[in-house]
Design a binder for this molecule. Structure first.
Ligand code: FES
Length: 163
């Protein structure tokens, strides 16, 4: 059985015919050709599939496309943010596979931090007066893995933009 759904992606309405079980990730990549969003583990462990839904970061592999009708989805194709140049300046990637997810996640993370959302390292954050230092950034970005190990560059890029 298939259903017709309408998603709002990067400011445009997109209609598609999908099975109700199709993940948002597969809807983006397989049905809409938006392959900037990557599939790593397909089970919520790596963060490669991170996109923004109403500005909040989500793992698209864990989201059903049908449930995201009416939400504003932003994928890397729709991102125009200083973080992108900062990643280039700081060598925040090697192979680049995790980068779209890292960038979307970092955008969501900066918004969460601005809203005062706590992280698991809340005590640390309190001790540093709310500053996004290396430890806090690493904690808040811990859902995004980089198999090349470009973490130092990723953290530097985020810190640069968070200033
Ligand atoms: Fe979604 Fe790994 S592909 S978290």
């Amino acid at each position: 059985k298939r259903v017709e759904i309408e998603l709002r992606i990067n400011g445009s309405a997109r209609r598609l015919d999908v099975s109700p079980q199709v993940s948002l990730l597969d809807a983006l990549r397989e049905y809409l050709g938006l392959t900037g969003t990557k599939k790593g583990c397909d089970q919520g462990a790596c963060g490669a599939c991170t996109v923004l839904a109403d500005g909040r970061r989500i793992n698209a592999c864990l989201a059903l496309a049908v449930q995201y009708q009416g939400r504003e989805i932003t994928t890397i194709e729709g991102v125009d943010h200083p973080l992108q140049e900062a990643f280039v300046r700081t060598d925040g990637f090697q192979c680049g596979y995790c980068t779209p997810g890292q960038i979307c996640s970092a955008i969501g993370m900066l918004a969460e931090h601005k809203d005062g959302a706590p992280s698991a390292a809340t005590e640390h954050l309190a001790a540093t007066g709310g500053e996004l230092d290396d430890e806090e950034i690493r904690e808040r970005m811990s859902g995004n893995l980089c198999r090349c190990g470009a973490y130092n560059g990723i953290v530097s890029a985020i810190k640069e933009v968070a200033k």
